[in-house]
Design a protein around this ligand. Sequence first.
Ligand SMILES: [Zn+2]
Length: 112
Amino acid sequence: MSRQWALDNPEAVREKWRRQNAKRANAGPKWTSAQIAEIRRKLKDRCYYCGISLNGEGEIDHMVSLECGGTNAAENLTLACIPCNRQKGARSAEEFLLWLRADGRRVRRFTL
Ligand SMILES: [Zn+2]
């Protein structure tokens, strides 16, 4: 969506935001810090995708993105390093892991 297109199509932009907000509202309540601590413990404080040590940081990632109908339920959440989370986009966790492998990138070796 280019800036000019957005300026020329204010109705379409509003509609896109409306749909995105509806998906977020349907995703359910936000996670708790206890849930995230549990996920971090299971991952041994590593990125779910590349396995790099997060050192207590990283970002909360929706394994199935909200755009694709994912929810905020703990089963759909994981922790990712910033580069992985940025590259993942709207792909599912499964698709992103396959893409990392196909692209010859570092993929975590541990299983959960
Ligand atoms: Zn990573």
